[in-house]
Design a protein around this ligand. Structure first.
Ligand SMILES: Nc1nc2c(ncn2[C@@H]2O[C@H](COP(=O)(O)OP(=O)(O)O)[C@@H](O)[C@H]2O)c(=O)[nH]1
Ligand SMILES: [Mg+2]
Ligand SMILES: [Zn+2]
Length: 311
């Protein structure tokens, strides 16, 4: 029997698949070259054991269905597939000292290139003083078209905004991205304590808990008036390399810079030494946040040093 399900976790040896009935199944790759990421839809076969009991049967994952999108990160030749087929991403961050525009800007760039809609979730708004120090910066991110949700996983404040996304029937898979410590797992726990408990069971049974979480983990969220949702808790990152993109893609992912660059005197302006550079002017006048430009330049410099193999 061939069935289709969604990958919610994986290790070198196994894939955990959420079946269309909402069951978590442990499968093996039918073929060692099978390329599957969390969020991928896969076709699998249940091999019935000799006594005909399907529940004892081996599950073989035969193929990965065509992906709509794949969120990746890469540095030099180290490349990581983070999650496939994401309908909406929450980029979770928190006030200083964790607030980091370098990682935020890179995630925004990658999601833009994958055409994955996203919201920026600022967690820990209960830390009021620390929040004040980023008021202006957050306003800038809103002014360039980002949706910012201000929440506290500790108190539950602002979670009505997250629930709005979760109840949206057009969204089937949501990923939580962010650095470690910003509150991704706390947010998920607040949303679905019972789903977290269920999935923990899966990882303790296999003894693969640690490996599993280092890859990320999808949680099943049943909904009354819509298909079930999968919420994916991705592992915390400290770096977010974009060496799999080319310079034009990187610029288009920094939407404020891309838009302003249309006014540069030269079409292929690098925004470094050229006369009539609208981007440098906008940075000088404060119309573009200077940290955005610095982060953009840092991504391009990394690409020049490490990216040649990937082009
Ligand atoms: N003050 C405050 N602390 C929080 C909040 N949410 C999470 N934390 C704390 O932040 C730390 C990291 O949370 P965790 O969910 O593990 O972050 P993750 O690494 O992104 O999954 C924990 O000590 C949490 O208790 C919040 O809304 N306010
Ligand atoms: Mg976590
Ligand atoms: Zn320019």
């Amino acid at each position: 029997m061939i069935a289709e399900g969604q990958v919610i976790s994986l290790t070198r040896g196994y894939l955990w698949i959420l079946s269309s009935e909402g069951l978590t199944l442990k499968g093996k790759r039918a073929n060692s070259s099978l390329d599957a990421a969390i969020g991928d839809f896969v076709r699998y076969r249940i091999n019935e054991s000799s006594d005909g009991e399907q529940s004892h049967g081996e599950i073989l994952v035969e193929e990965t269905c065509l992906r709509r999108s794949l969120i990746q990160r890469s540095h030099a030749n180290r490349h990581k597939n983070l999650a496939a087929n994401i309908d909406h991403a929450f980029i979770v961050t928190a006030p200083p000292p964790l607030f980091n525009t370098n990682v935020l800007d890179r995630m925004l760039c990658e999601l833009r290139n994958q055409a994955v809609p996203c919201s920026i979730v600022i967690n820990k708004i209960d830390l009021e003083e620390e929040m004040q120090s980023i008021t202006e910066v957050l306003r800038y991110y809103e002014s360039i078209g980002n949706h910012i949700l201000r929440v506290s996983a500790a108190s539950g404040a602002g979670f009505d905004l997250i629930l709005e996304k979760i109840m949206d029937p057009s969204i089937r898979t949501i990923a939580f991205l962010g650095m470690s410590g910003v509150g991704k797992s706390s947010s998920l726990n607040r949303l679905i304590p019972e789903a977290l408990a269920r999935t923990n069971e899966v990882s303790t049974k296999t003894g693969q808990g640690r490996q599993t979480t280092s890859q990320g983990m999808g949680y099943h969220y049943p909904r009354e008036n819509a298909d079930a949702l999968v919420l994916i808790d991705l592992p915390g990152v400290t770096q977010f390399g974009l060496c799999h993109l080319n310079p034009a893609q990187i610029q288009s992912g920094f939407t404020d810079i891309a838009e302003t660059a249309e006014q540069c005197q030269f079409r292929n302006c690098s925004h470094t030494v050229e006369p009539g550079c609208a981007v440098r002017e906008a940075c000088a006048s404060g119309d573009i946040l200077s940290s955005r430009f610095d982060n953009f330049q840092a991504v391009l410099a990394e690409l020049a040093t490490f990216g040649s193999e990937n082009k």
